[in-house]
Design a protein around this ligand. Structure first.
Ligand code: SF4
Length: 88
């Protein structure tokens, strides 16, 4: 069960897709002056929709977290591949 959302701000490119399409779940943030997304802290009881929302992030920066505080999406392998690609 998905208990909360989080945004990995280092990988977020601030495209706005998440906060425009789901303003109750995401908001704009400007850590260090750079445009990023942040989670509002709200959650919805619809795992399939949350998965679609997370899959809609072009940089896999939206994390779905379960009650054990484990990131269940994207997988550790997906996150590692993303971070490795970003080092190019
Ligand atoms: S969709 Fe992803 S990359 Fe775009 S603002 Fe949201 S978290 Fe950042």
């Amino acid at each position: 069960m998905i208990k909360k959302l989080d945004v990995d701000q280092p990988s977020c490119i601030g495209c706005g897709t998440c906060w425009v399409s789901n303003p109750t779940l995401f908001r704009e943030d400007r850590p260090n002056g750079e445009l990023k997304a942040a989670a509002t802290g709200q959650i919805i009881d619809d795992a399939a929709r949350l998965r679609l929302i997370a899959e809609g992030c072009p940089t896999l920066s939206i994390y779905l977290i379960d009650e054990a505080e484990q990131i269940i999406y994207p997988t550790a392998e997906q996150r590692a591949a993303r971070d490795q690609a970003a080092e190019w």
